[in-house]
Write a protein that binds this ligand. Structure first.
Ligand SMILES: [Zn+2]
Length: 115
């Protein structure tokens, strides 16, 4: 999982890799299953977290800011910081309360958080 400032370091690389894939596909006429698999973003993610992901798409989903705090009933993260209902166990926060942001401290070291 990435802190916002860490994701901001990787984001330009991911966007550049998407641009490179599109350019390769355009220039070669290859389809969606082209054999181009940029790895700069994945390598940077590994350097930052110590965790190896299989595809660059997983990096977009590994942002702490996308998830809510841990559910008090089941300890899984709420789906978003604005959620008040736990999709995992059905726990509902009191009226007017939302999960709030997921903090790295709640899930342990960078390289052990659900990856
Ligand atoms: Zn729950």
């Amino acid at each position: 999982m990435l802190e916002p400032e860490e994701f901001q370091q990787i984001r330009p690389i991911l966007i550049e890799e998407i641009r490179e894939i599109k350019e390769f596909r355009r220039s070669t006429g290859s389809g969606l299953h082209s054999q181009v698999f940029p790895t700069r973003g994945l390598k940077m993610y590994q350097c930052l977290t110590g965790t190896t992901l299989e595809s660059s798409g997983q990096i977009w989903e590994a942002q702490l800011s996308l998830y809510g705090a841990l559910c008090p009933a089941c300890s899984k993260p709420f789906r978003t910081p604005r959620a008040h209902f736990c999709a995992e166990c059905g726990y509902t926060l009191p009226d007017g309360e939302v999960a709030g942001p997921l903090e790295r401290a709640a899930i342990g070291p960078a390289n052990s958080a659900g990856e």
